[in-house]
Design a protein around this ligand. Structure first.
Ligand code: PHE
Length: 379
C-alpha cells in the first residue's frame, strides 16, 4: 500500500511538474519580464521603452491575448546600474517565473544581465542595445535593432559622402561599452574609406568639464567631431565646444536620441549637427504614423527610437509565442530565431544567425532643436 501511495505520488508530482514546465507562468496569464532605467540619469531610455512595450501588451490583450491567455508584463527599474540590472533580471526569472525578458536599452546593462537569461535558458530580447557582444552571449539572446559595426559604416558613408569630411576627431565615453565599441568600429571603417582620425579623446559619463579634451581636439583642426556617447553628456559637450570656438559639425549615433538632447543652450550648440538612429518620426509610412498617434494619445508625448523598438520587441515575442503554440522558453527561443520579414513599426525585421536584426538606419539633422529626416542607409 505504502509503495502504491508513493508511486502514485511520484506520478502525480511528475504530471504537475510537466504541466507547470510546459506552462510556465501558468494560470490564465503569460508572464513577460522587463527591465530598464526608469530612474537615474538615463531615465528617458527606460520610460520610452516601457511605454512602447506597454502599448504592445495592451494591443495583444485587447485582440484576445495569446494562446487564449492574457499577457502580463512585470517591469523592474534597474536605476541605470549594471549590477541592479543583473539583480532584477534574476528576480524576474527566479521569483516571478517569466517566460521571456525584454530589455535593456543600454548595451552595458544588457551585457550585465543577459548572462542570467542565458544560464537559466530564458529568452531575452533587447530592443535597442547595438553593441555586438550582447547577442554573442548566447543562443537565448536576441535584438530587434541593428548592430554598431553597421552603424559605423552608416556614419562613415555619411561623413564622407554627405558631410564631405576627411579629417575627423573622436570624443568617446570610456565608461560606456556602447561608446567605446562604436568609436572603435567607426575608426576602422573611416580609415578604410580613406579618412583620417586626427585625434581621439575620452571622458566618463557624468563629467561636467570637457574643455581640456575639446582644446586638444581643436588644435588638430578636424573638419568634424564624432561623439559616440549618450544624450546625457552630448548637450554639455556641444555647448563647451562652441564656447571655445569649435564651429565644425558634431555627429553621433543612436545614443543621442532624446528630446532632452537639445534642452537649453544645447539647442543652438547642436544646430546643423547629425546622428544616426533607428527611425524617423517624419516617415510617412502609415505604420509609423499610426504608432505615433496611438502613443501620443496614451502618453501625451512623442515616442522616440526606444519606444518604437520596444513595441517591436514585444510584438516579435508575441508572434514567436503564437507560432510556438506553448510558453516553453526553449520553444519560444527556437521560434524567435526563425523570425523573417516581421512587419514592425521600425521596418521589416528578420533575425539573422547571430540573433541580430538586419535593417536600415536613418540619419537625422538637428534643426531648431528638432530632429529632421536627412537620409536612409540600407544594410
Ligand atoms: N544603442 C545604444 C546602446 O547600445 C542604446 C540606445 C538605443 C540609445 C537607441 C538611444 C537610442 O547602448
Amino acid at each position: 500500500m505504502k509503495k502504491l501511495l508513493l508511486s502514485s505520488f511520484v506520478a502525480i508530482a511528475a504530471i504537475v511538474f510537466t504541466f507547470s514546465a510546459c506552462n510556465k507562468g501558468s494560470g490564465d496569464e503569460i508572464l513577460i519580464g522587463e527591465y530598464g532605467s526608469l530612474t537615474g540619469s538615463e531615465a528617458t531610455f527606460g520610460i520610452s521603452s516601457t511605454n512602447g512595450l506597454k502599448l504592445a501588451v495592451e494591443e495583444i490583450n485587447s485582440s484576445g491575448g495569446l494562446l487564449g491567455k492574457k499577457v502580463k508584463l512585470i517591469t523592474y527599474d534597474d536605476q541605470g546600474k549594471p549590477s541592479e540590472a543583473q539583480t532584477v533580471v534574476q528576480r524576474l526569472i527566479k521569483n516571478d517565473n517569466v517566460v521571456a525578458v525584454i530589455g535593456e536599452v543600454a548595451s552595458s546593462r544588457s551585457k550585465a544581465a543577459a548572462p542570467k537569461c542565458q544560464e537559466n535558458k530564458i529568452p531575452m530580447i533587447t530592443p535597442a542595445s547595438t553593441n555586438p557582444e550582447v547577442t554573442a552571449i548566447g543562443d537565448y539572446i536576441f535584438r530587434v535593432c541593428f548592430i554598431d559595426p553597421f552603424q559605423a559604416t552608416v556614419l562613415t558613408k555619411f561623413a564622407i559622402n554627405s558631410l564631405k569630411v576627411k579629417k575627423v576627431a573622436i570624443l568617446k565615453d570610456v565608461k560606456n561599452a556602447y561608446s567605446t565599441g562604436l568609436a572603435d568600429f567607426f575608426e576602422k571603417e573611416f580609415k578604410a574609406a580613406g579618412g583620417e582620425i586626427v585625434e581621439i579623446q575620452s571622458y566618463s559619463a557624468g563629467d561636467k568639464d570637457f574643455k581640456a579634451q575639446l582644446t586638444a581636439i581643436k588644435s588638430r583642426n578636424p573638419e568634424a567631431i564624432f561623439i559616440p556617447g549618450y544624450y546625457t553628456d552630448v548637450g554639455l559637450i556641444a555647448i563647451q565646444a562652441r564656447e571655445i570656438g569649435i564651429t565644425v559639425p558634431l555627429f553621433g549615433g543612436d545614443g543621442w536620441e532624446s528630446e532632452k538632447l537639445t534642452e537649453g543652450k544645447a539647442k543652438d550648440a547642436l544646430e546643423g549637427c547629425y546622428f544616426s538612429t533607428h527611425v524617423s518620426t517624419e516617415n510617412p509610412d502609415p505604420a509609423v504614423q499610426n504608432f505615433i498617434k496611438k502613443y501620443k494619445e496614451k502618453y501625451n508625448m512623442m515616442p522616440d527610437a526606444m519606444s518604437f523598438l520596444a513595441y517591436d520587441a514585444g510584438m516579435i515575442l508575441f508572434d514567436a509565442i503564437k507560432r510556438a503554440g506553448v510558453t516553453e522558453p526553449e520553444k519560444i527561443k527556437n521560434e524567435l530565431a526563425k523570425t523573417v520579414n516581421f512587419a514592425g513599426v521600425t521596418g521589416k525585421i528578420s533575425i539573422n544567425e547571430q540573433r541580430n536584426a538586419v535593417k536600415p538606419a536613418v540619419i537625422l539633422e538637428i534643426k531648431g532643436g528638432l530632429f529632421k529626416y536627412k537620409e536612409t542607409v540600407q544594410p
